[in-house]
Design a protein around this ligand. Structure first.
Ligand code: DC
Length: 229
C-alpha cells in the first residue's frame, strides 16, 4: 500500500486531533498536532513576559525564536506523543485558557509561522503522516493525497471544549468558552498570513451531529481508498 500524507484542517474544537490520532494509530502513521506547536510558542511568550496586560510584544518574540526548541516525545504510558519546549514536557501547560487566549495572536506572526511550517514540512518528508492544524492542506502540504476540512457549529464546539475544561478542573463558564471559540475563529480566518481556509481539493466534513465512530470510519475509508489506488 502507498504511504500518503493526510492533512486535517478546520476550526478549533472540531475534534480534529481525536480523529487524526485514531487514524494515525490505525494506519501506523506518525501523528503531529501542529496546534500544540503554536501553543508551546505561546507558552514560551507568556513565561518570558512577552505578553503584557492586553498586548503581545511581537518584536521580542521574533528576536527569541532561535532559542525556542520544540520536539515531540512518545509517552509510553498513554501511547501519545507529547510536546517538549526546550526539553521540558509542556503537554498540560499548553492547554490552559491563558494559552488559548494568546495563541491566535501568536499564530498571526509571520516569523513564527515560517519557523513552524519548516519544521512540519521536515517531519513529513517520508510521508506516512497525519497532521492536523489550520494550514496543513493549503500551506504545509499542498500536495497531500488526502485533505479533510472539519467543521461544526460554534455551539457544538464550545460545548465539547467546555466539558473538557470542566473535566480538567478549570473554573470557566460556557459563555467564556463560546466567546473564546468565536474570537479564535475570527482571528484564525481573517489573519493575513495563511488564514484558515479550505483547500480547493479538501473534503468538507461537518461533524456537529456525528459520533466519533462514524467520523473515524468514513475518513479511514477515504484514506484506504487512496492508499490502494
Ligand atoms: O488546534 P488548536 O486549537 O490547539 O490550535 C491552537 C491555535 O493555533 C489556533 O487558534 C490557531 C493556531 N494554529 C495555526 O494557526 N496553524 C496551525 N497549523 C495550527 C494551529
Amino acid at each position: 500500500m502507498k504511504r500518503i500524507t493526510i492533512a486535517i484542517d478546520g476550526f478549533s474544537s472540531t475534534g480534529k486531533s481525536t480523529i487524526a490520532k485514531q487514524l494515525a494509530t490505525a494506519l501506523n502513521y506518525v501523528y503531529v498536532d501542529t496546534g500544540a506547536m503554536y501553543r508551546a510558542v505561546t507558552l514560551y511568550a507568556l513565561l518570558e513576559n512577552f505578553v503584557s496586560e492586553e498586548a503581545l510584544d511581537k518584536r521580542a518574540l521574533i528576536g527569541a525564536l532561535d532559542t525556542i526548541d520544540l520536539n515531540f516525545e512518545l509517552n509510553p504510558n498513554s501511547g501519545k506523543s507529547e510536546i517538549r519546549l526546550n526539553g521540558k514536557n509542556v503537554e498540560t501547560e499548553i492547554r490552559t485558557m491563558a494559552v488559548s487566549k494568546w495563541v491566535s495572536p501568536v499564530a498571526t506572526v509571520k516569523e513564527v509561522r515560517e519557523k513552524l511550517v519548516a519544521m512540519q514540512q521536515q517531519m513529513g518528508v517520508e510521508k506516512g503522516i497525519v497532521m492536523d492544524g489550520r494550514d496543513i492542506g493549503t500551506v504545509v502540504f499542498p500536495d497531500a493525497e488526502l485533505k479533510i476540512f472539519m467543521t461544526a457549529s460554534a455551539d457544538a464546539r464550545a460545548n465539547r471544549r467546555y466539558k473538557e475544561l470542566l473535566d480538567k478542573g478549570e473554573q470557566v463558564t460556557f459563555d467564556e468558552v463560546l466567546k473564546n471559540v468565536q474570537e479564535r475563529d475570527h482571528i484564525d480566518s481573517t489573519r493575513e498570513v495563511s488564514p484558515l481556509r479550505k483547500a480547493d481539493d479538501a473534503i468538507v466534513f461537518d461533524n456537529s451531529d456525528m459520533g466519533l465512530k462514524e467520523q473515524f470510519e468514513r475518513i479511514h475509508n477515504y484514506a484506504l481508498r487512496i492508499m490502494v489506488a
